[in-house]
Design a protein around this ligand. Structure first.
Ligand code: ATP
Ligand code: MG
Length: 429
């Protein structure tokens, strides 16, 4: 993509309405624009990141064995009456009437709807375990939408649902999702701490909240250092062992009784980026979702639900990955891998070298943004540092004469002059 053609409305000033750094940077970097309180449009740069996050979430769900579906955003109130939570949900639910005066709502979550889908589609225990998920916009009329996409009213969530014939099997489903979540966050470069939910209906270890560590997190957390070192993609990993590792919120943590030795205890602040939950037959009972069991008798299905805040993750990632100049994307979620910076777009030799590299990078499948605008080198560097692409390749008149470009990592650990061919080799390796 050529920057001269790209919708990237960068702001020089920090918008006063944004209180936390991720919200400030998302606005300044032209990733999002607010349309109403807690409701945002995603501009090209922001949308690319959202898509990258979504792709990692999807790949890990698919790898675990879940099947992707798509349920609507607008739901009939009837299903929520049947499950018994239409009135209980309260003012967070956006309630709508259609032209025939039928009560509808913009879905805040989908347990009711998927239970209905299940009972109309599955008859036998032989189809179980069954894991379904979708990635869909939700609406919750939050009292205080704030921090940009971190607490929006309309937000993108991945929600998965498991169906099993008995508790043992439901527990295996839960554990598979537990591991899939840790893998998902790790692929984004994040350390996510699974915190036991306190209100699991059967035992405390069947609900977990995943907290990403960031200085600006909403809640204080204490955890075993092991979470920072484990490779969650290791197939030999045991979920039970992970669940036994220490993790506690600041209001529960008590130094006097904490089982972790001091040198292994870590303290941080967490942003909730996901929650998983086993709830047994709560919905299947209310909505009569059963299958024929092995002995021919009807059994209510055991269910669990598993949410990831896809749009919130965009903000959470920036909270973790930024410096005083802007965003510093990890490669796995970066909107483009490379910023190719032409310092002199009026100079034919610079243009020739930049265009040649641009074509070669694209041919090699590397996502590249060519900074070909005619503003000053200083403002170009500032803009590219702000949007935080992992690599910068600088083409300038001095280098063109010497037959070199400068390769820089946004993190700051690489800065060297090399031939365009070597730069290309490095970026396509
Ligand atoms: P919170 O406690 O932050 O309000 P929640 O527990 O109500 O979240 P869940 O129902 O568990 O949220 O939803 C799953 C995930 O969706 C959350 O872990 C979070 O990452 C994300 N999420 C929830 N509410 C919002 C929101 N208003 N804006 C953006 N993301 C959200
Ligand atoms: Mg939650």
């Amino acid at each position: 993509m050529r920057l001269s053609r790209y919708l990237l409305p960068i702001l020089r000033e920090t918008p006063s309405e944004a209180q936390i750094v991720s919200h400030q940077l998302m606005l300044r970097a032209g990733m999002i624009r607010q349309n109403a309180a807690g409701i945002y449009s995603w501009l090209p740069l922001g949308f690319r990141v959202l898509h990258k996050i979504e792709t990692i979430v999807r790949e890990e769900m698919d790898r675990a064995g879940a099947q992707e579906i798509l349920m609507p955003t607008v739901q009939p109130a009837e299903l929520w009456r049947e499950s018994g939570r239409y009135d209980a949900y309260g003012p967070e639910m956006l309630r709508i009437r259609d032209r025939h005066d039928r009560e509808m709502l913009y879905g805040p979550t989908n347990e009711d709807m998927i239970t209905d889908l299940f009972r109309r589609s599955v008859r036998s225990y032989k189809a179980l375990p069954l894991w379904l998920y979708h990635i869909q916009w939700k609406f919750r009329d939050e009292v205080r939408p704030r921090f940009g996409v971190m607490r929006g009213r309309e937000f993108l969530m991945k929600d998965a649902y498991s169906f099993d014939v008995d508790f043992e099997s439901a527990k295996r489903s839960y554990d598979a999702m537990f591991i899939a979540y840790l893998r998902t966050y790790q692929r984004m470069g994040l350390t996510a701490i699974p915190m036991r939910g306190e209100t699991g209906p059967i035992g405390g270890d069947m609900s977990h909240e995943f907290q990403v560590l960031a200085q600006t997190g909403e809640s204080g957390v204490f955890y075993d250092r092991a979470f920072e070192d484990i490779d969650f993609s290791d197939p030999a990993i045991d979920p039970e062992e992970l669940k036994r590792l220490y993790a506690a919120t600041e209001d529960i943590h008590d130094p006097a009784t904490c089982p972790v030795p001091e040198d292994r205890l870590r303290q941080g602040r967490g942003i909730e980026v996901g929650q998983i939950f086993y709830f047994g037959t709560k919905y299947s009972k209310a909505m009569n979702a059963s299958v024929l069991g092995p002995d021919g008798a009807e059994v209510l299905v055991e269910m669990g639900s598993y949410g990831i805040g896809v749009s919130r993750l965009t903000g959470a990632l920036i909270e973790v990955f930024h410096d005083e100049r802007g965003i510093v994307w990890p490669e796995s979620v970066a909107p483009f891998k490379v910023a190719l910076i032409n310092l002199r777009p009026a100079d034919d030799a610079c243009v020739a070298m930049a265009d040649d590299l641009y074509a070669k990078l694209r041919d090699a499948g590397v996502e590249v943004l060519l900074a070909d605008t005619d503003d000053s080198p200083g403002s170009k560097f500032a803009a590219m540092d702000l949007i935080g692409l992992p690599w910068q390749v600088v083409v300038g008149p001095r280098g063109v004469k010497a037959g070199t470009v400068e390769l820089r990592s946004r993190k700051g650990d690489v800065r060297e002059e090399l031939s365009p061919e070597s730069a290309l080799a490095r970026l396509t390796a």
